[in-house]
Design a protein around this ligand. Structure first.
Ligand code: AHR
Length: 492
């Protein structure tokens, strides 16, 4: 089989935003406790932050982390997590049916962000929380001094305001599973009043409204239209969330990247419809702040324990191939998707997996994220593609998923390719507009066994060096093995 990709330096999609490589830590399972925070662990610092985990997060070049949820958020009182630890209450978390002892809260998170060199993306509770609670946390975090909450922050040992810029107005409020779920009109009203208060406290903040939780929920895309009709002038981003999992058809699972693209196009069109209706000049940006492969049909409640082993999906090569396609789709939509958050970062549906008191390993999905985050910086290009397709529940889909970026400063081109075919694929890559091109590196991720996983003891799925392609008459000829992921870098 053969696929042709025509790349032209002038066919730009947009600059790849640094925030495309964000991630997410929720008070859920072992994401916080025994994930990023484990006092007494041999690799933990004096604050209890695991350095081995921070080192891997730095490898992934994660610029921003969304916190504290997630479904957890909609029942969370942020004031439970500040002040002397011995006074913090132990609570029931209704969302995941676990025990939250609040030994980690806003101040610990901010300290961790500083250490991990991460920008926080905070979320306010619009389930059980009120607009005033949201104003109070902005005051606690961002107001300099001289008021109840800003002085409380100072009393708790944090003289300087945190100046947190990005704030989510609730989480998945369209979902009937959400604590105090609302319909679109009621959410829009509550989010609007909350946004007004938060901006009065700090006019410089950026706000993200809840968009649809997935493309299958009945209220999609009316939810997004109604929310944007009310909030268009008051928020900076509309959020999107989407998870995929294997059920019984490889084709359907492999087609996820195509479905995610359609989902983004619908939200863009909905936003542009509202823009036209409002005669507005503003282009609404997207914050795709939860995405991943997640076997969500398999999760079980936490049994009212602290930090239970829940949502600890163990990813295979098959999952990593789908994951790589999703990442390509995000890059191919950087004209509108300015923020994205891989859900999540440690232990809970995550690229990094820890053992309590023990080591850490890289899941299969670690590698594609590492590759795009490290080499996919610069400008994304639209490839014109012709090639064979397969049928799926999402329609006809190309066997090859691609993303292409170039970095004018370094004079480098990066090409990220997934071959979803069970046979070899030849790819003809036309690079004429770059002038003389030379292949620099080729990394491959594949295995005979699609179900193979990594463990604490064995790294079965990782990058290995591949053959460098030949470049002749400005065309590179690439050989992709069956069911494989490739990262090619060229110099021009
Ligand atoms: O990331 C896991 C969960 O998925 C989040 O808590 C929720 O927002 C979504 O449904």
């Amino acid at each position: 089989m053969k696929t042709k990709l025509f790349i032209d330096k002038n066919l730009t999609i947009g600059k790849v935003s640094n925030l495309l490589f964000g991630s997410f830590i929720e008070h859920l399972g072992r994401a916080v406790y025994t994930g990023i925070y484990e006092p007494g662990h041999p690799k933990a610092d004096k604050d209890g932050f695991r350095q081995d985990v921070i080192d891997l997060i730095k490898e992934l070049k994660v610029p921003m982390v969304r916190y504290p949820g997630g479904n957890f958020l909609s029942g969370y009182n942020w004031e439970d997590g500040i002040g002397p630890k011995e006074n913090r209450p132990v609570r029931l978390d209704y969302a995941w049916q676990t025990i939250e002892d609040n030994t980690f809260g806003t101040d610990e998170f901010m300290r961790w962000c500083k250490k991990a060199e991460i920008e926080p993306m905070m979320a306010v509770n619009l389930g059980t929380g009120t607009p005033k609670d949201a104003g109070n946390i902005v005051e606690y975090c961002n107001f300099p001094k001289g008021t109840y909450y800003s002085d409380l922050r100072i009393k708790n040992g944090h003289k300087e305001p945190y100046n947190i810029k990005y704030w989510c107005l609730g989480n998945e409020m369209d979902g009937p599973w959400q604590i105090c779920h609302l319909n679109a009109e009621d959410y829009a009203k509550k989010a609007l009043e909350t946004a007004k208060i938060m901006r009065w406290v700090d006019p410089s903040i950026k706000l993200i409204a809840c968009g649809s939780s997935n493309a299958e929920i009945e209220t999609y895309p009316d939810w997004d239209r109604i929310v944007m009709e009310t909030l268009y002038d008051h928020v900076d981003y509309i959020s999107m969330h989407r998870y995929y999992w294997y059920e019984d058809s490889l084709e359907d699972f492999f087609a996820s990247y195509h479905d995610m693209d359609n989902f983004i196009h619908t939200i863009k069109s909905t936003a542009d419809f509202v823009k036209a209706k409002k005669r507005s000049d503003k282009v609404m940006k997207i914050s795709f702040d939860e995405w991943n492969v997640w076997y969500l049909n398999k999760w079980k409640p936490g049994g009212w324990k602290k930090a239970p082993h829940i949502l600890e999906d163990h990813y295979s090569l098959k999952d990593a191939l789908v994951f790589s396609g999703l990442l390509n789709t995000l890059v191919n939509n950087v004209d509108r998707v300015e923020i994205a958050a891989l859900a999540q970062l440690v232990n809970v549906i995550a690229p990094i997996f820890t053992k309590e008191g023990g080591g850490v390993f890289k899941q299969t999905i670690f590698y594609p994220f590492y590759a795009v985050s490290n080499y996919g910086r610069g400008v994304a290009l639209k490839a014109i593609k012709t090639g064979p397709k397969f049928n799926s529940k999402f329609g006809e889909v190309n066997y090859v998923s691609e993303a292409v970026t170039f970095n004018e400063e370094k004079r480098e081109i990066s090409v990220f390719l997934v071959n979803y075919a069970q046979e070899k694929m030849e790819v003809e890559l036309e690079l004429r507009s770059f002038g003389r091109v030379e292949a620099l590196t080729h990394k491959v991720m594949t295995h005979d066994d699609l179900e193979i996983k990594n463990t604490f003891d064995e790294e079965n799925v990782k990058f290995v060096e591949g053959e460098l392609p030949t470049v002749k008459n400005d065309v590179a000829t690439l050989e992709l093995g069956p069911l494989s992921y490739h990262v090619y870098r060229f110099k021009y």
